[in-house]
Design a protein around this ligand. Structure first.
Ligand code: NI
Length: 133
């Protein structure tokens, strides 16, 4: 089994808050991510697929195709958007955890002839999440 990873990038705004909490409670839990007037993150997204190398190409998956899928279904949809307002997370917080799960669900049906292994989403240089389905 070989693992292949492609990275893409997007910028997006969000705010993390529980509307029935006080401002100080939201600030205590979410820190700067609770900022009332929004803020942005520079997100790096790594998508890893796994499988066996194709006999003709030697590829598990053509990374040009993986890049195109990530661009079409994820970064074109999320880049320079408001993650609270512009995508449907079913009422969940637009945390990196929930965004990574959203990305997994969006990409999974389009991964052919190999398996989606991991969606890694980096929100800051010190924080990233990984989702394995
Ligand atoms: Ni934030």
């Amino acid at each position: 089994m070989i693992y292949v990873t492609r990275r893409e990038h997007f910028n997006a705004a969000h705010k993390l808050e529980c509307k029935d909490w006080s401002i100080s409670q939201n600030d205590a839990v979410f820190g700067k991510c609770a900022n009332a007037n929004w803020h942005g993150h520079n997100y790096d997204l790594w998508v890893t697929v796994k499988g066996s190398p194709n006999i003709d190409t030697g590829f598990v998956m053509n990374t040009q195709i993986l890049s195109k899928l990530m661009t079409t279904y994820v970064t074109d949809v999320l880049d320079h958007r408001n993650l609270n307002l512009d995508i449907d997370l079913g009422g969940l917080q637009p945390s990196s955890e929930n965004i990574a799960i959203w990305i997994w669900n969006v990409l999974k049906p389009h991964i052919k002839n190999c398996e989606l292994h991991c969606v890694k989403l980096q929100e800051t240089e010190n924080i990233y999440v990984e989702y394995f389905g």
